[in-house]
Write a protein that binds this ligand. Structure first.
Ligand code: ADP
Ligand code: MG
Ligand code: MG
Length: 886
């Protein structure tokens, strides 16, 4: 691999080279061009590819790298007019890590490299500042020892504490020359003690070791863990930046700081930030001294402050995004050391987008693209006041945004009862199951000790817009004793607790909350998103309340109404049970006749809420035994009734034998969906009749789209469609005019034969939850807690396929079905109604696959609107979006 370029001078790089030079290196290079060489200390970058080659070769630098570093150093020395290790006026450099994506605090950096026992004298003379020279040297020994040789930071910190104690001073800055000399000696002693080697005096050797240390930090435990959580591949590697030092620790006209081009919490147009006089950069971040607000810099060094404000504006308009920068002032002269697009909370993101357009900085399209759509739902929920002070007792996965406070309860029933009495409660469980769902409705928030972002608790909570913290594994929850032990303290039922699902924090303190605000900025962003996007956005809603909420948030129809939820309601269950228990078809029809008016009411409510917008209604999907009691419980009940000879014995036995008869080993793959409709057509007939009658009862005609679930064979759909049309005709309503008929595409076979199925369908709606289960052979409720976490850790997958669609596999099936379906029927309407309909990455994929709309839970509707607009912006130049591969 000789001949490869491993090293780039800053003057050769640009912001578009971040994959090769890392974010820091690419942006330092860009700043050098934009702001001029006198604003950015000179240097060079060793590429991420060199790091990858080094890792592959089991920690050996790739061939040619050493020579290239040497000649880059030569050029740097020439430019600086100083030499590394010089006795008179030595060059000092920093050795800085920098990956493609910023990984704050995860990788290592060494400052003041080049100092040794003689050059420290040189720099003291050249700067006429002995204190500064020794302060720099002790910092170098400390950082080098820590980064390069893994000596624990406390060893050095303790020595500093002792030195301050001995001299009776409080601040590092109060240590005089003698103290710093002694401290440096102590540090070198610590170095020797830990490594059995003397502190390296040869600058080239120091540089070589520091570069290796930065490479090694990429594979350090901290960094590996961080990448796993943030879906960053190990294979990227980090770049290493070697840069001439500038000094913020030269006295009262020097200092270091960080500055944002706008307020990083609110997005307000005034720059924000912190600085420390007489300090090097790491002091500001490490919190050893309390920094001062950037606004105060005006009084301290007005000229540098003015220049900084100007530079922030320049960088922002150059990058077309809010910037997060690091700077150092050396004896009044301002230097910029880093810039990057600022990570920011949702409120700041929308504020910036709106202001940037009105300031003429960005177009609407560009502004929309700067927003992290996935985080927008934080704007719809209250959160802990970020300025409040409180103790966090546990931290879990931030599963569903928003904060909630209430009394601890341990069961869904207790949650329901408490809510009935008007009390606020937090439902706390190790994990949740389908039976707990009523408790989600009743509780203000959900807290679990197990599970991740895609666990049942997380999914359900997000779907309902309930705040949730899951997998807070510091909590030991004892459901029997009704206690939570956490770090030695015990909480009981009824104790007050607060959770913030935006940050994953749990506390027992009464933290003030700040209200959610669909403020003017958010409204404006959503309006623009609607102008830009091609994809429609609908909602999954089963109740008029949910439907109304979703409309408020901009849903353009219902993409999925699951009718089974309607039969689970308490007043419906006995009637449903009577239907299932009926001995024959006649009995079933009788029981169904009781359900008909109730179903009709349900649909009238939905049509009313959606006022003329399309409403996709899925006919009954789950297997019938789900409406009967649990088999194990029922057997126990029968056993007891037999022993006690109670009156209901006969009835219970009948229930048991029926439950046994229709129970299945594997209900997910059993008699459900249209299979049910084919075996018991009277059920679907009743539902269709209810839909038709509800439609007729409306003042404004609705747009029902009747959806047949779980179709494998085109003949299934043909039969079901005939049934719908027959019932519709009976009610005087006509297919194509008054309603349409389509199918949920959720089985791989259906994707393969989508052209045949399209023959009988007006629309397809991809049920990507079931399609993921059946295509991967994953049962969601089982695998998410069992092996998905391990698969993520072992990097077989980088996220749950139930969270973001598995593009090469399940996604391919979607594209295939869309393609052949449209080939057969060009005006086939295509939608998606799985959980993925609210996930920005998946939405981009569905845009590319040429679908007409996505459908998601009400609280994700605004996210979907923005994500759909972003997809349209990103792919504006793509010619044939319908069938191109992602
Ligand atoms: P991180 O990624 O942890 O912020 P950096 O490489 O940015 O690490 O450096 C850590 C600190 O050292 C920052 O405050 C930075 O501004 C400062 N620093 C880095 N290089 C130099 C330099 N050449 N001169 C002065 N300060 C520097
Ligand atoms: Mg930095
Ligand atoms: Mg399904």
């Amino acid at each position: 691999m000789a001949g490869e370029q491993w090293v780039y001078d800053f003057s050769e790089g640009s912001k578009d080279m971040r994959e090769l030079l890392g974010g820091k290196g690419a942006n330092v290079a860009e700043m050098t061009r934009v702001l001029g060489a006198d604003r950015v200390p000179a240097g060079f970058t060793i590429t991420t590819e060199a790091c990858v080659a080094y890792m592959r070769a089991d920690k050996r630098e790739p061939e040619g790298m050493a020579e290239q570093v040497e000649s880059a150093l030569e050029r740097l020395q020439e430019q600086a007019g100083k030499r590394l290790g010089d006795d008179e006026d030595p060059l000092l450099v920093s050795v800085r890590s920098g990956a493609r994506e910023s990984m704050p605090g995860m990788l290592d950096t060494v400052l003041n490299l080049g100092l040794n026992d003689t050059s420290v004298q040189g720099i003291a003379r050249a700067t006429e500042n002995e204190r500064f020279a020794w302060d720099s040297y002790r910092r170098f020994v400390q950082m080098f020892g820590n980064v390069s040789r893994g000596i624990p930071g406390e060893a050095f910190e303790d020595a500093i504490k002792n030195a301050k104690g001995d001299r009776n001073v409080k601040d590092d800055t109060e240590l005089d020359v003698e103290a710093l000399k002694e401290l440096t000696d102590t540090f070198k002693g610590i170095y020797r003690e830990h490594t059995s080697e003397d502190f390296p005096q040869e600058p080239e050797e120091q540089l070589r070791l520091a570069i290796r240390a930065v490479f090694d930090s990429w594979m350090g435990k901290r960094a590996v863990e961080y990448r796993r959580l943030n879906h960053i591949p190990d294979s990227w590697g980090t770049a290493v930046n070697v840069q001439q030092m500038v000094f913020g620790n030269k006295g009262d006209t020097s200092g270091s700081g960080v500055a944002f081009s706008r307020d990083e919490v609110t997005g307000a147009p005034e720059p924000s930030g912190d600085f420390l006089p007489n300090a090097q950069g790491e002091d500001v971040v490490s919190g050893v001294r309390t920094p001062r607000d950037i606004a105060e810099m005006k009084d301290w060094l007005p000229e540098a402050h003015e220049q900084l404000m100007e530079i922030l504006r320049t960088l922002e308009s150059h990058y077309k995004d809010m910037q997060d920068t690091e700077f150092t002032v050396e004896e009044g002269q301002l230097y910029m050391l880093q810039t990057r697009n600022a990570k920011r909370p949702a409120q700041a993101a929308v504020r910036f987008a709106v202001d940037a357009v009105s300031e003429g900085l960005l177009t609407k399209e560009e502004a929309i693209a700067t927003i992290d759509a996935g985080r927008l739902d934080a704007l719809l929920h209250p959160t802990f006041d970020p300025t409040a002070d409180y103790d966090v007792i546990a931290k879990g996965v931030s599963a569903s945004p928003g904060a909630a406070k209430g009394e601890v309860v341990f069961t869904a029933q207790d949650a329901v009862d408490a809510a009935g009495e008007g009390r606020d409660v937090i439902l706390v469980r190790p994990f949740t199951e389908a039976d707990d769902v009523a408790g989600f409705h009743a509780a203000k928030g959900i807290l679990t000790s197990e599970g991740g972002k895609a666990s049942h608790a997380a999914l359900v909570a997000r779907g309902m817009g309930r705040p949730a913290v899951v997998g807070a594994d510091a909590l030991a929850i004892d459901l029997k004793a009704r206690t939570i032990s956490v770090n030695g303290t015990e909480l009981h039922e009824g104790d007050r607790i607060a959770i913030d699902g935006t940050t994953g924090q749990v506390t027992t303190e009464d933290v003030p909350l700040v209200e959610a605000q669909v403020n003017e900025h958010f409204e404006q962003v959503l309006e623009w998103a609607d102008e830009i996007r091609r994809l429609g956005v609908r909602t999954n809603a089963d109740t008029p309340d949910d439907a109304a909420k979703a409309r408020e948030l901009g849903a353009e129809g219902i993409g999925l109404c699951r009718t089974e939820h309607m039969f689970m309601a308490e007043d419906r269950q006995p009637k449903m049970r009577a239907m299932i228990m009926a001995a024959d078809e006649e009995g079933r029809r009788e029981a169904l006749a009781d359900l008909l008016p109730l179903q009709q009411e349900d649909f009238e409510g939905l049509f009313e809420a959606m006022k003329g917008l399309p409403v996709t209604i899925r006919l009954l999907d789950p297997p019938l035994h789900e409406f009967l009691p649990n088999l194990v419980d029922l057997s126990a009940q029968v056993e007891r009734a037999r022993i006690e000879c109670t009156d209901d014995l006969e009835q219970l036995e009948r229930l048991l034998s029926r439950t046994e008869a229709i129970s299945e080993e594997n209900p997910m793959l059993g008699t459900r969906g249209c299979r049910l409709g084919i075996l018991f057509p009277e059920i679907y007939e009743m539902q269709v009749q209810a839909i038709m009658r509800a439609a007729k009862a409306m003042d404004e005609p609705p747009h029902p789209e009747i959806m047949i679930p779980l179709v494998d064979y085109e003949q299934e759909l043909e039969i079901m469609r005939d049934l719908v049309v027959r019932v519709g005709d009976g009610e005087g309503l006509h297919e194509g005019e008054d309603y349409t008929v389509g199918t949920m595409i959720e089985l791989p076979r259906a994707c393969f034969v989508a052209d045949r199925i399209a023959e009988f369908a007006d629309f397809f709606s991809f049920g990507t939850n079931d399609l993921t289960q059946t295509a991967l052979g994953f049962s969601r409720d089982d695998v998410e807690s069992k092996f998905v976490p391990t698969y993520m850790r072992r990097r077989i997958i980088d996220r749950s396929p139930f969270e973001t669609i598995d593009k090469p596999g399940v996604g391919w099936l979607v594209r295939l079905a869309a393609w052949v379906g449209r080939e057969r029927k060009p005006d086939l309407k295509l939608g998606i109604c799985g959980e993925h309909g609210g996930d920005p990455d998946s939405i981009e994929f569905f845009h590319m696959a040429g679908l007409d709309y996505v459908s998601c839970s009400p609280f994700r509707v605004p996210i979907a609107r923005v994500a759909a607009a972003q997809a349209a912006v990103i792919h504006a130049g793509d010619r044939d979006w319908a069938y191109t591969q992602a």
